[in-house]
Structures are given as C-alpha cells and as structure tokens.
Design a protein around this ligand. Structure first.
Ligand code: ADP
Ligand code: MG
Length: 824
C-alpha cells in the first residue's frame, strides 16, 4: 500500500508543495530565491513560458502578457487573451502551468498523485476545474482538501497542543485573493469542519487596489496634472496606464508589507522623469483597510451566529494567509474575540504542511506496485479484527475474533521489521498491543495458522497512523438539489444532499414523470441538478449537472406517472455521478459531470438587485401588520446593502480590469441569502396555514361521508406531520398540501353530481375559446341532455371532449397523476 504523500497549496497569490515522509513534512524549496512558495503568476515572452517570480518581474515590462490571481476565476467563463502567442487561455491552463512548476521543485521522485487544497467556499464547478488543472499537469490521482482543514491539520500535528476534550477552533484565512473562515471541531483523534463562511473576492489584492485608488492615484493626479487617473486605469483593457497600474500595485504591496513591521512606509515613484515620494502611515493605512477587515469580522460573526456558538466557546483562532501579517487584522481580532489568536505557524505555508499531513494518511487508489490492505487467505471465514486507524498512543490494541472454537497460532509483524510477535497460540480470540513508529503510518501483517501451522488466514497492510490527526471527512459547502416541476408549473428545489454533509455521499430518489413523452416526438425529460440553497429559487443557484433524456433515446413511449429511479453520488473529490433508470422501458443512463464554467454578468446582477429591492420595499410596507415579519431594522440593513451594491455596480461600470464584479456578485448572493432567511419564516407559516386549511377540508368531507380507502390515503399523508411541519422545508410542506388537495379532489369527483358543476365550468365559457366551435356547441347541448337524464357516464365523456377542444387548458383540472420531473 502506498500513500499519496504529496500536498499542494494552489493559492491565488502563492503556491507550494510539500511531502510527508516518516512523520514529518518537507516543503520543497523554490530554487528561485530559495523560498517556500511560488508566486501563482504566469507570463509569456516570445515562445517562452515563465512561471513564478520570473513571470512577476515581467509585469512592468509587458503587463499584457502576465497573468495572476486567476484562481479567482477558476470555473468561470473568463478567457484571457495572450498577445505574445496570439492565443486564448483559461484559469485552468494557467493553474496547470503553476502545478507543473511546483512538480519540478520535487526533483527525481516526481509525484503522480497529490492532495490539492481548495477554499472551503469552492463550489462543484470550481473544484472540478482545479482537478482538471491537476490532471492536465500530469497527475493521475488527485484528492481535494479544503484549506481550513489543511490549516488545522498543520496546527494539530505540529504544535503539541494537548487536546483531551472537544474544542472549537476558528480558522481565519485572509490570503491574497480569498477570505475564508471555518469552525472546526477538534478532539483527540479527529478534526471536523462544522461550517464555514467566506468571500472568494476579498483579499490582500483588494487592499493593494484600495491603496492605489485612494492613496497613490490622488497624489499622482495632483503631481502630474492628470484627472480621473483611477477611472482611466481601470477603464479599458488596453489603457495607456496599464503599465503604470501594475507598477503602482507592486509599490503598494511593498509598502503594505513594510507597514506590517514599521509605523510608516515610503513609496518612491519615478514617472515621466518626475520623482515623487510619499509617506503612508500605519494610521492612514488602518483607516483605509478598516472596511475590509470589518467585512471579515462580519462574516465571522455570521458564522458563529448561524451555528449558535458564542465567542467564548472558541478555544483559539488560527491565523492563515499572508494578509494576517497585518498587525491591524490581528489586533482587531483580539479585540473582537478575546481569545488566543494563534499565528505560531507561518501563515503562508500552513496550508502546504496540512495538505501534506493529509496526503500522508491517504492511500492511493490507483496504486500499481504494492498490494492494498487485503485478506489473502480465506480458508478461515469471518475473522474479525478491531483496531483504531488513527492513534495518539505508543501502541494500539488489536482484538481478533475467530468463530467456531478455533484453536491455532497467530503472528503479527510490522512491515519495517521492527515489531514481530512470533508464533503465539490462541483459542477463539486474541488481543495484542501493536507497537507504533511515532508520527508515521504503520503497516502490519496479521497471520493465523491452524494446529499444524498451516497458514489459514492473512491480512496484509493493516494500517495504523500514529500521532497524525485525521479528519472525519470533508463537508459539502452547499446544498445539492434536484429541480422539480410540479404539474401546476411551479419549480422548486428538492434537497438531495445538505450543506455540511460529509463526502463522499450517495442517495437514491424515486420520481414520477410529470408529462408523457412520446417516442421520437422531439420532447425531452430534463434532470437538472443545482448547487446552492434548497430554500431558494432554482434560478439563484448554480447548475452542476444537466441531463437530457431525449425522445430518440426511448424504446417506447413514456407515460405520465412512469417511475424513474435516480442515483446520485458525489465523491470526496466532488465528482458528481448521476444514474437514471427507467424500469418501464429498461433504459439506464449514467453520466459523470466535470468542470464547466459559470457566468457573471453585471446587467444580470443589476436586474436581480433591482427586483429584490422591490421585494424588500414591499416587505417593508407590509411588515407593520404581520406577525413573524422581519423587523424594519433587519429589512433596512438588507435594503442598504442592496443599494450599496447597486451603487458599486455603477461605480465599476466599464471596469474591465479589476475583479470587483466578482466581489459584488458574491456579496449579492450573501445578501439574498440573508433576505431569504428573514422572510422564510413568514412564507413557511403561510404554507403551514394552507396545509391546515387543506387538512380541515378533507377531514370535514370524511365526516360527512366516511370512506375507508380515502381515510387510508389521508392518514398516510398526515403520518409524520410533526416532523415535516417542523422541517423548515417549504417545498416539503407544499407537497403535502398538494397531496391533501388531491384527496379533496378525489372526494369531490366521487359524487356523480360533482360533474354537473364541472360541466358548467366548461359550458359557460365563450365559444371562441374552443378550437372547434360547432363541435363544442354540440357537446354542450349533449351535456345538458345528459344532465336531464342523469346520465353521468355520458356527461363525463362530454366533459373530456370539451376539455380536449379548449385552446388553453385550465390548470388543475384532471390533475390525476401528479408527476414530479420536469418537461421543458
Ligand atoms: P493566497 O493564499 O491567496 O495565495 P497568501 O496566503 O500567500 O495568499 O497571501 C498573499 C497575500 O498576503 C498577498 O496579498 C500579500 O500581499 C500579502 N502579504 C504577504 N506578506 C505580507 C505582509 N508581511 N504584510 C501584509 N501582507 C502581506
Ligand atoms: Mg491561501
């Protein structure tokens, strides 16, 4: 058995690679400058590709051929034009180059498998994009690990902090491009991420931009007599000031770093042979970055609130990411949280270290040479071995049970030869303390012999990791849902997996088809899987799997109500596999979904913001009279944030250079979520009301006319009432209400007389609503006759005829079999 061992931090600004070996992590040095990390920058010069520091240096010479911060656009549609080679590239292409360069640091023993870290907030598309980059770089096997977990693994393994009881840690990762904060539960064996918050577009780079916009540009404007310099800089892709912009960004960043150790920093600029010098004080700097720091504190508080964790329950805050070098960040955190703010491990390499520890416990799946843990001999059945895979002790107890009063010998050896029990007799069971090599993966071989010393059972490569903290698993960052169409035309989301479920996951769902699909009719059945929040509308979520079953694929017609079985699977590294099985026509389709791209459009965001502003205003107007409405203050906060975002959208109009649009998009999603949470309770209560009304209706009808069959149906629907009414899931309660309404319908149409009402519903329509007026007239006359003769069978046929003649069908009638899977 072989472990992955290599860990890679593929960062927005800096990346690095390490290897776990005999209980320790070795970080491979960047030969340039002998540093631990490689700037995530790629440049093209003539036919040469430069990566890292050399690429970075080119920025002031040929900025149009230098690319950085592309991780922020991982999984997006963004295309980078590279003039030097006259080609287009994507964030995946650039990431591949960074990974190749990192792999080069390693020397001869190059990795073919690695753990690569991703921000906890990366969705499926971004995760898949990361893996694609890794495969393109030549890795055959990739395991993704969320960065906050990597950070905790580094701290837990490196710092001998005694952890005897459950503790909650907060990982505060403020890097170059992203901010991530995670709540981690840690006990003496395992780490588990409870929840996380973050913003993919908030980092050190934003601070550099702020410094250029608000400190450097105003000085240059007055010194050089240019107006609106910032606007001109960000205004066009090929601004005459582009070179200057990168120069300024570079100078700002240098000054920022200096301010982490000094009270003030000087920026010297030599522009158009004019020498400009300015001083930035820490005070001024702190004021400038204050809103950004507050943004991180707000996200952190939200995370605590959401999880009902109070500040003093946090045992320590772990600082990760280069931006946490800024003293103001640290002091603000200290003031705000009054707990240990731990920065004892280099915040720029902690992720590499953690990733490598994890890689040291992860077995390779595509292992070629060495056999996996396995039972070799099976002459003895049902041998049970019990032991802990991860241990903090010097030796770990192994318990073996052999059935059927077996008597014989056992022998246990450790693969390095340092431990050997020799042959020991036993009867039925044995226990043995296995000596462990500290801070390492220990491989044991267990053999059982019969009385005549013939080998009857063997287990190879039984692994016990010593002193290495492990994680229970990685949580899903968002809900994964299936889009459902009900026959009334509303679409909603049904949860397949919930946020913070531990990967890997699998689930089987049974659905029925909502409309018939005839063979070769050109129609199709759509299965749409989205990532986001189950309580929200499908449109505000991210599509991660889209499957079409076209009529050409059918061997026979698909009737409405046909059962369809769908299996969903998400691997630890976020591959989504969907298997669809339609038993009626023996059709089975399996698809694995990989990276694609998502879109961010300013006009779409504007539209969404404006719409939501209308909703918030309506809510504000009505909130005085309604119970459970959000408070005016809460709504006003939401309103202000929406207006602020709209204002920023206008401000960045024509900004093709910075990433602010992505920050806005992210903040937009956050504020919509808050709003959703505020009004959800109200909608939930309204839906519970609907449910109760529908329930009363059925109950009354049953009292008037008892019917055991219908009563059975009714009891089935209300069976787990307490559970689903408290589920917080609007769609679930809605579906129950609909089932009750269906029962009501059924009761109603059990009475022949009910068809008289239905008939008049059609008879009183305008004749021109029917496709064939003459035929409709005949039907109506026939219907009146049938009523006079009390011939209800005839009447039902006539109603069917009228229904089929209607040009526009009314909803909800003949809603007999309620399908759930949509037809578009
Ligand atoms: P990422 O995880 O995004 O790759 P890092 O954790 O390496 O990023 O952090 C990079 C960011 O940290 C950059 O924006 C850089 O300017 C900033 N940074 C690095 N050192 C310092 C410092 N001494 N003071 C302030 N900021 C710093
Ligand atoms: Mg990082």
């Amino acid at each position: 058995m072989e472990n992955i061992n290599f860990g890679i931090d593929l960062g927005t600004t800096n990346s690095g690679i390490g290897k776990f070996y005999q209980g320790k992590v070795n970080i491979f040095k960047n030969p340039v400058g002998f540093r631990d990390t490689l700037p995530s920058v790629v440049a093209y010069r003539n036919s040469r590709i430069l990566v890292g520091d050399k690429a970075r240096e080119l920025i002031s010479v040929q900025p149009e051929n230098v690319f950085s911060s592309f991780k922020r656009k991982m999984g997006s549609e963004h295309i980078y034009a590279v003039p030097a080679i006259n080609e287009n590239k994507t964030a995946i292409n650039f990431s591949e180059l960074v990974l190749r360069e990192l792999i080069n640091f390693v020397g001869d023993d190059k990795p073919t498998a690695a753990v690569i870290t991703i921000p906890a907030s990366f969705d499926t598309i971004q995760s898949n994009a990361t893996k694609t980059a890794g495969y393109n770089a030549g890795l055959q096997e990739i395991v993704l690990l969320q960065e906050p977990i990597a950070a905790c693994l580094a701290y837990a393994n490196l710092q001998n902090i005694p952890i005897n009881e459950d503790k909650t840690w907060l990982v505060y990762d403020f890097g170059g491009g992203t901010f991530d904060v995670a709540l981690v539960n840690i006990n003496n064996r395992e780490l588990k991420v409870m929840d996380h918050e973050g913003n993919n577009f908030l980092g050190g780079l934003d601070i550099d931009n702020l410094m250029v916009e608000h400190i450097l540009c105003p000085v240059l404007e007055s010194e050089l007599g240019i107006s609106d310099l910032w606007k001109q800089i960000v205004g066009t892709e090929d601004s005459p000031y582009k070179k200057l912009f990168f120069e300024l960004l570079y100078r700002a960043e240098e000054a920022k770093k200096e301010l982490s150790i000094k009270e003030s920093a000087f920026v010297e600029l030599d522009i158009d042979s004019k020498f400009i010098e300015l001083e930035i004080t820490r005070q001024r700097f702190n004021e400038l970055i204050h809103p950004k720091v507050i943004e991180t504190i707000t996200l952190t508080n939200r995370l605590l609130q959401k999880n009902s964790i109070s500040k003093h329950q946090i045992e320590r805050i772990i600082l990760v990411g280069g931006t946490t070098y800024i003293p103001y960040v640290k002091t603000t955190l200290q003031k705000e949280f009054a707990t240990i703010v731990d920065s004892s491990i280099d915040p720029t390499t902690a992720i590499i270290v953690g990733a490598s520890y994890y890689a040291g416990t992860k077995t390779r799946q595509l292992s070629t040479s060495i056999t996996d843990e396995k039972e070799v001999q099976t002459m003895l059945n049902d041998v049970k071995l019990a032991y802990e895979v991860n241990s903090q002790d010097d030796d770990e107890l192994l318990v073996a049970l052999v059935p059927n009063e077996f008597s014989g010998y056992y022998r246990i050896t450790r693969s390095d030869g340092g431990f050997d029990t020799g042959l020991i007799t036993f009867h039925s069971r044995f226990t043995e303390f296995l000596k462990l090599i500290p801070k390492n993966s220990n491989f044991f071989n267990v053999k059982i012999f019969d009385k005549y010393q013939n080998l009857v059972y063997e287990k190879e490569n039984l692994v016990i990791n010593h002193g290495i903290y492990n994680i229970t698993g990685q949580p899903l960052p968002n809900d994964i849902c299936l889009e459902i169409d009900d026959s009334l035309g509303t679409t909603y989301l049904e949860k397949i997996f919930r946020k913070n479920d531990i990967l890997p996951l699998s689930k089987k769902l049974y659905k029925t088809i909502s409309k018939p699909i005839l063979k070769d009719s050109g129609e199709k059945l759509i299965i749409n899987i989205v990532e986001g929040r189950a309580e929200t509308s499908p449109a505000s979520n991210l599509c991660i799997g889209y499957l079409e079953i076209k009529s050409e694929m059918l061997s026979a017609n698909l009737l409405k109500g046909t059962d369809i079985e769908i299996d969903f699977e998400i691997s630890e590294s976020r591959d989504l596999t969907v298997n669809v099985f339609i038993g009626a026509i023996d059709l089975e389709i399996t698809e694995v979904f990989n990276a694609s791209a998502k879109q961010v459009s300013p006009s779409k965001i504007q539209h969404e913001l404006e719409n939501s502003l209308i909703n918030v205003d309506e809510e504000l107007l009505s909130s005085h009279h309604q119970e459970y409405s959000p408070t005016i203050d809460q709504l006003n906060d939401v309103r202000l944030e929406i207006i602020d975002l709209l204002r920023e959208l206008i401000e960045i109009e024509g900004d093709l250079v910075t990433d602010r649009i992505y920050n806005i998009d992210e903040r937009k999603r956050k504020v919509f979520q808050i709003y959703d949470d505020l009004v959800r309770r109200k909608h939930l209560l309204a839906e519970i009301d609907n449910y109760q009304t529908s329930k009363m209706e059925v109950k009354e009808s049953l009292l008037l006319k008892p019917n055991p069959r219908i009563e059975g149906l009714f009891n089935k629907v209300i069976k787990n009432e307490a559970q689903f009414l408290n589920s917080n899931q609007l769609s679930l309660i809605k579906s129950k209400t609909k089932e009750l309404d269906k029962i009501s319908n059924e009761i109603y149409y059990q009475e022949d007389e009910s068809y008289i009402n239905l008939f008049y519903f059609y008879a009183y329509r305008e004749l021109n609503e029917y496709a064939d007026e003459k035929l409709a007239r005949n039907f109506i006359n026939g219907g009146e006759k049938a009523i006079a003769e009390a011939n209800y069978k005839e009447l039902r046929g006539i109603i069917n005829g009228l229904y089929s003649l209607l040009k526009e069908k009314p909803k909800n009638y003949f809603d007999d079999k309620d399908g759930t899977l949509g037809l578009k």
